[in-house]
Each structure stands twice: as structure tokens, then as C-alpha cells.
Ligand binder design. Structure first.
Ligand code: IPM
Ligand code: MG
Length: 360
């Protein structure tokens, strides 16, 4: 089959890690008789430099016309990059938020699993790690604080800023269903994370999630407050199967979850809407400090490409092949700097891509 993939290389390490994911996809295409037709789309700082805005209407259309979007990362150093002198709605991140909204990508799936080979890179103690962990964060991606009304004003000489956190029940229900659908195929447990002891939006979240749970009697639902969840993730990560939460909590908890897998460079993600379409990106940022040095870890992007094959193209066998190749490379001891440990072979970004592509 021929698949149209919109590719947003983006900023910082984005172009380097996307290049390696394409290398691996091309190895898959060759082995399994597919073809991937890539269309480069500008977003973030790369788009600001050319068009003055982080996302153009043409870029949105190009993504809509593709079967899926593969993305690297966007953004720069917030204290030194000129992109951050622009008004907030013209900065790189605004492009990503707009794209997520325009494509209605409300369900952000962020798996966090500990490869046995990377135990040494995991900052947790052995007794906490136990037999490892394998969890998925389902983060709501198009609502809440990141999309609510916001303003900065001055009142009686006092500067004041306001962001609003709003959810309606339809937004909660659709992402909750996605979480239960995934849990049903896994260890059948959903932990819904909120701040229901304080926030109205969380109290509604809890009610709606409970309503959805009634349709999934085989899945156990538990509720957890977000502050407790932050603690539990480093205390006993194995207790989690699917963690369902709103936008900002998910943003924060998924960074925490990635760190306990050894490196944020290992964490893939899929952002999905109601169709087969999706945007696939590593959970990590653009890491401007190491950009262009060919040392970034491309594995999260490569695993995101695997998620694209699985979720958008129904190519399970091919997705398995990528995941197995990543596993093999780790077992053989190849490591980028971020996951390096004694006795392993340190490789750079493109060598890691070569190693994985060669094992497809
Ligand atoms: C992420 C990122 C984005 C987010 C930023 C770049 C807007 O941190 O995907 O987690 O907050 O969603
Ligand atoms: Mg984030």
C-alpha cells in the first residue's frame, strides 16, 4: 500500500530524529512492500522563520490531506530564541496547539514502559522498579487550561493574568472512552487522575468517567488525585495500567513518567481523533541545547512511527517489527548518550537509526 505521511521535522533536534524515523519507515516499506510518500510541512520556529507565523492554513490543509502526520519537535530556548520575543499566539508552541485543535486530536496516548536493558538509566531504586512497569497515559489534548480563555490585564496599577480551565461532558466522555478501550486490551485498569478535592472541572471529570465506566464492566476504575499520582509514579509505577487525565495534568505526569523509563528520548506518543488519522510525535521537546550535534536519541520518534503504523494504517506486523528491532538494538548494547551505561556501545543519532533500520 501507499501511505501519505505529512512530516513536520520542526525545530531543535526535530530534523535529526525525524530523519532516523523515516530511515526506519523506509526499511519497513522495502521489506513489506509498502511505500511512504512524505510531504514536508513547516510548523513552529521553522514556520515562523519562513512565514512569520508558527502554522499556516496551507500547513493545516497539507496535514489534513495526509493519512497521518509524523512530527519531530518544535520550539527553542525560551530565554534566548527570538521566537519568544513574539506575542504568545505567534510563538512555536501556539502552532502545535492550533494544529492539535484543527485536527481535533483530543486523545493523546503516551506509553511509558521500562525496558529491562535500561534499568540502569532509570533513576528509581531496584526495589521500587521490581519487575518493571508498563503504563499508558491517556492525556486529553484539546481542552482545559491550554485552550481556555486567557488574558493579561492591569487593574489599578496591578498586573493580573488569567487562564481558564473548562471542560464539558462531551470532551470528557470521548477521551474517557478511548482510555477504557485501550485498558480493555491491556491489564483492564483505568486510573482517572484529577483534583476533585478542589476543582469543579475535576468533579465533573470524575462523574463523567464513572458514567463511561458503566459500559466497561470488565475494566476496574480508580480515581486518584493528581498530587498523589505524581508521588505514586515514583513510589510504585507498576500499579498503573492506563492513566486517564486532563490536558495539563497529563502534560506534567507524562514528562515524569518518561523520566522513570530512563530517558525522555524513549517515549513515543500518538494524538488521535475520531477517525484513523493521527499525529505521532516523541513526548520530549526540541532540546535546543543538543540540536545539530547528532547525539539526540531517535528512539521515541522511531517508536512513534511504529504507533502510526499500528493506529492509523493497521500495519500491526510492521509496527511489531519496529518495536522488536528497537528491543534487539538495546539488547545488543547500543545506546545514545542519554541512556548510556557501563559496558554498552555509545552511538550517535544516525548510527542508532542505522542499527534499528538494519534489524527490520
Ligand atoms: C507536549 C509539549 C507541548 C504541550 C508544548 C510544546 C505546547 O510539552 O507535547 O507535552 O504542552 O502539550
Ligand atoms: Mg509536555
Amino acid at each position: 500500500m501507499n501511505y501519505k505521511v505529512a512530516v513536520i521535522s520542526g525545530d531543535g533536534i526535530g530534523p535529526e530524529i525525524v530523519r532516523e524515523a523515516k530511515k526506519v519507515l523506509d526499511a519497513v516499506a522495502e521489506k513489506y512492500g509498502h511505500s511512504f510518500q512524505y510531504k514536508e510541512v513547516l510548523m513552529g520556529g521553522a514556520s515562523i522563520d519562513v512565514h512569520g507565523v508558527p502554522l499556516t492554513e496551507e500547513a493545516i490543509t497539507a496535514c489534513k490531506n495526509a493519512d497521518a502526520v509524523l512530527m519531530g519537535s518544535i520550539g527553542g530556548n525560551t530565554s534566548t530564541s527570538p521566537w519568544y520575543q513574539l506575542p504568545p499566539e505567534k510563538r512555536p508552541e501556539a502552532g502545535l496547539l492550533k494544529l492539535r485543535k484543527s485536527l481535533n486530536l483530543f486523545a493523546n496516548v503516551r506509553p511509558a514502559l521500562l525496558y529491562q536493558e535500561l534499568k540502569a538509566a532509570c533513576p528509581l531504586k531496584d526495589e521500587v522498579i521490581g519487575n518493571g512497569f508498563d503504563l499508558v497515559i491517556m492525556r486529553e489534548l484539546t481542552g482545559g487550561l491550554y485552550f481556555g480563555e486567557r488574558k493579561t490585564i492591569e487593574e489599578n496599577g496591578i498586573r493580573k493574568a488569567c487562564d481558564t480551565l473548562t471542560y464539558d461532558e462531551t470532551e470528557i466522555r470521548r477521551v474517557a472512552k478511548r482510555a477504557f478501550d485501550i485498558a480493555r486490551k491491556r491489564r483492564k485498569k483505568v486510573t482517572s487522575v484529577d483534583k476533585a478535592n478542589v476543582l469543579d472541572s475535576s468533579r465533573l471529570w470524575r462523574k463523567v468517567v464513572e458514567e463511561v465506566a458503566k459500559d466497561y464492566p470488565e475494566v476496574t476504575l480508580e480515581h486518584m488525585l493528581v498530587d498523589n499520582c505524581a508521588m505514586q509514579l515514583v513510589k510504585d509505577p507498576a500499579q498503573f495500567d492506563v492513566v486517564l487525565t486532563e490536558n495539563m495534568f497529563g502534560d506534567i505526569l507524562s514528562d515524569e513518567a518518561s523520566m522513570i523509563t530512563g530517558s525522555i528520548g524513549m517515549l513515543a506518543s500518538a494524538s488521535l481523533n475520531n477517525t484513523k488519522f493521527g499525529l505521532y510525535e516523541p513526548s520530549g521537546g526540541s532540546a535546543p541545547d543538543i540540536a545539530g550535534k547528532n547525539i539526540a536519541n531517535p528512539i521515541a520518534t522511531i517508536l512513534s512511527a511504529a504507533m502510526m503504523l499500528r493506529f492509523s494504517f493497521d500495519l500491526d506486523k510492521e509496527a511489531d517489527a519496529i518495536e522488536a528491532a528497537v528491543q534487539k538494538v538495546l539488547t545488543e548494547g547500543y545506546r545514545t548518550g542519554d541512556i548510556m551505561s557501563d559496558g554498552c556501545k555509545q552511538v550517535n543519532t544516525d548510527e542508532m537509526g542505522d542499527c534499528i533500520a538494519a534489524r527490520i
